[in-house]
Design a protein around this ligand. Structure first.
Ligand SMILES: [Zn+2]
Length: 313
């Protein structure tokens, strides 16, 4: 059963204590009931210090351990509000906005929180797209169109995979790629699209081996230019991403973090018709307990006004 708050009021009421948040995380981590990792025991009791203790071997586990919250001294009550707020922002969340809404002491903390949460926007073991998909690449950043198969100055290449849902876009996958060689394109497609699916591309030679990989490959356009003349659904997605990066993030996303932003965009896009914002909150928390924790050192600052390589886009 998917059990999550539907409104801000419900969130406030339900997660007003640290204990309530901890219990919720435990429940997400063991949806079928507690299972002790060292001994396999299935009985546990919650201690007054918030830890869960295995009734068989005495192993203690904290709600934050092994999640994106690991290492954070801030209360989960605050994290839950950050997640609610982040998932409620239809066009994405800014660090400054988060800092203000939560009253966080530093901009840096807000920035790191958002990054940690972005990492939780990709589901571990994400499923592959099926049906019919359009695949194309676009350059992000810079002004002049670039040459395919090679890097262009100040630009990064993004592979767009857009599922067809009638004439509309179904779900998407976005991948930052080094170049558009067959080797890279094939590897990314195998990770994101189920063999047997119909894959529509243009005539670029990097896609010529798709039939051999088990896809029903259809070349819908003979030309090979990249950057301007994308397949229609990919084109739509590409312009939305560029507008989003230029709007919400004011073009201040650095190359090194772009992959994370693409993940955030994918998460939001694929759930744009979700009936409840609460469901997004729930999905993000589910991922958050299922992923490897990131430490501060694992994240380098790279936004405007911060240390790191800056990139205009
Ligand atoms: Zn145990």
């Amino acid at each position: 059963m998917e059990d999550y708050p539907k409104t801000l009021m419900e969130l406030e009421k339900r997660f007003s204590t640290e204990k309530a948040c901890q219990d919720y995380l435990f429940q997400l981590r063991w949806p079928l009931g507690f299972r002790c990792s060292p001994c396999g025991g299935d009985k546990a009791w919650s201690r007054s210090d918030g830890l869960l203790e295995c009734g068989k071997c005495g192993f203690k586990v904290s709600a934050k351990a092994g999640t994106v919250f690991e290492g954070s001294r801030k209360p989960l009550v605050l994290w839950f509000r950050a997640i609610w707020w982040m998932t409620c922002q239809k066009n994405g969340a800014s660090a400054l906005g988060l800092q203000r809404i939560l009253g966080l002491g530093s901009y840096q903390t807000a920035w790191i929180w958002l990054h940690k949460l972005r990492r939780a926007m990709v589901r571990p073991g994400q499923d592959r797209l099926t049906g019919s998909v359009q695949v194309d690449e676009t350059f992000i950043g810079g002004v002049k169109p670039g040459k395919r198969g090679r890097g262009a100055a100040g630009k990064v290449l993004v592979l767009i995979i857009a599922q067809e849902k009638g004439k509309a876009v179904g779900r998407i996958r976005l991948r930052l790629i080094r170049d558009a060689s067959a080797e890279i394109l094939e590897a990314e497609l195998l990770k994101t699209v189920e063999p047997g699916a119909k894959v529509k591309t243009d005539g670029w030679k990097g896609y010529s081996g798709l039939t051999a990989l088990g896809y029903e490959h259809e070349v819908v356009r003979k030309t090979e230019d990249v950057g301007e003349n994308l397949l229609p659904l990919c084109h739509r997605v590409a312009s939305l991403i560029k507008r989003w990066l230029g709007g919400t993030h004011q073009g201040a996303v650095s190359h090194e973090h772009l992959a994370c932003y693409l993940d955030e965009y994918t998460f939001r896009f694929n759930r744009r018709t979700s009936r409840s914002r609460g469901l997004l909150f729930y999905r993000l928390l589910q991922n958050a307990v299922g992923i490897e924790p990131t430490t501060y050192d694992g994240i380098t600052l790279g936004v405007r006004g911060q240390k790191g390589k800056k990139h205009k886009m």
